[in-house]
Design a binder for this molecule. Structure first.
Ligand SMILES: [Zn+2]
Length: 409
């Protein structure tokens, strides 16, 4: 059985391993606090008979043998690194849920055909070196030597140097790559980091897709004229045009799909003077949805509005694409198992997209993945106030216990 008291103890213990006591959890990759957290988890894994090992990039595993040692593993876990002054649940909730599932299997004396591995991923947040998803990328794609020697923390310590100081050999990172077919499934439980579950009174979010992200930069060119002497009908005001386009983007995102989000989060105005008509405005567009076609359609509409607004105002513009990450679908079979278990156990759930990337997004290139969300109080995350009820994490673990059993039998 999943026991909420053990989950509470694990999370309260992990929360103590922080570089900023009293100001949230700060647990950077390859830091003393991370080592303490790993040592705690390692002891807990060994206490239930898991075979503990660390791969070449520091991913920590607790392996529960299967009847067929050659069978692909069912992997479950998340990360324990944090952002600066983050909360006690981001990442840790998923690691602790995975550990508790292994304990429950031990309590039940369950044997499985497939081995099960609890995984604690290295540097998902990228809080120290700025490039996250390190542990999962190392397993799926492999890490380049350029990344190890070319990314630095604030003290100009390279990732390679930090790894060495942590007892790892950066020359061996390729050894962390998992063979295709060697992982049967990867399951991750994570806090929602948004307000949807709490505000709808739902306990579990079953993620159907991790959203695709498209980022664009638009620059509109007008003419810098005197704010006092240029009549309104003779102006070529880039900011007025930009604001019309930005307002339209909000409407297009609202209408594009149930889960579409569109954000203009940065804007620069030139010359940026209170008495000069704006001559040049550059702004960003961040569009996200779980369905690429929805993003494509919304993008086309925005382009159309931009063209019309600029044409009507006698302005020119440029359009640049800065980022294009396709959506990632989670595994239908895993969704079905979890949804069926939730119905049977009378646990409220809803299907939803993930608006943030997680290790599961990377692992999906290696194996079928599942991703479950549990509620975040007030939708807050990456801050000391981050909170999820232990009982809710236990409910998520119960559903994944069923999924692990179904996948590993
Ligand atoms: Zn996380």
């Amino acid at each position: 059985m999943i026991k909420v008291e053990r989950i509470r103890k694990d999370l309260e213990t992990l929360a103590q391993f922080t570089a900023t006591p009293g100001a949230g959890v700060t647990r950077m990759a390859f830091s003393p606090e991370e080592r303490q957290a790993r040592e705690y988890l390692q002891r807990e894994m060994e206490a239930i008979g898991l075979e503990v090992y660390t791969d070449a990039v520091g991913n920590l595993f607790g392996r529960r043998a299967g009847k067929d040692p050659e069978a692909p593993v069912v992997m479950i876990g998340s990360h324990i690194d944090s952002v600066k002054n983050g909360g006690p649940f981001d990442g840790a909730a998923g690691v602790v849920a995975a550990l508790e599932i292994a304990r429950a299997l031990q309590d039940m004396g369950k044997e499985t055909v497939h081995p099960i591995e609890v995984v604690v991923m290295t540097e998902e947040e990228g809080g120290r070196f700025g490039s996250g998803l390190f542990g999962s990328r190392a397993m799926v794609d492999g890490i380049s030597q350029e990344e190890l020697t070319g990314t630095f923390d604030e003290e100009r310590i390279s990732k390679a140097e930090a790894m060495k100081a942590f007892g790892l050999d950066p020359d061996k990172v390729r050894e962390a790559v998992r063979k295709p077919g060697s992982v049967k499934a990867f399951l991750e439980l994570h806090i929602e980091q948004g307000p949807v579950l709490e505000s709808t009174g739902t306990k579990i979010g079953i993620v159907e897709s991790i959203v695709g992200i498209r980022t664009f930069f638009v620059t509109i060119y007008g003419s810098a004229d005197h704010a006092g002497t240029t009549p309104m009908n003779m102006r070529r005001d880039a900011l007025v045009a930009a604001s019309r386009v930005i307002t339209a983007i909000d409407g297009i995102a609202r209408e594009a799909g149930e889960n579409t989000v569109g954000t203009v989060g940065s804007i620069q105005v030139k010359p940026g003077s209170n008495n000069v008509v704006p001559a040049e405005v550059r702004f960003s567009i961040d569009l996200r949805d779980g369905d690429n076609e929805v993003i494509e359609r919304a993008t086309a509409k925005i382009k159309q509005v931009l063209a019309e607004v600029c044409e009507a105002a006698n302005l020119t513009y440029t359009w640049e694409e800065a980022l294009s990450v396709p959506p990632v679908a989670t595994e239908a079979k895993i969704i079905d198992i979890v949804a069926e278990a939730a119905q049977r156990k009378n646990i409220s759930f809803r299907m939803m997209p993930s608006g943030a990337g997680h290790d599961a997004m990377v692992m999906a290139r290696l194996a079928p993945v599942g991703l479950l969300f549990v509620p975040s109080r007030d939708g807050k995350s990456h801050c000391p106030e981050e909170w999820t009820d232990y009982e809710d994490i236990a409910l998520g673990a119960e559903l994944y216990l069923d999924a692990v059993l179904a996948l590993a039998q």
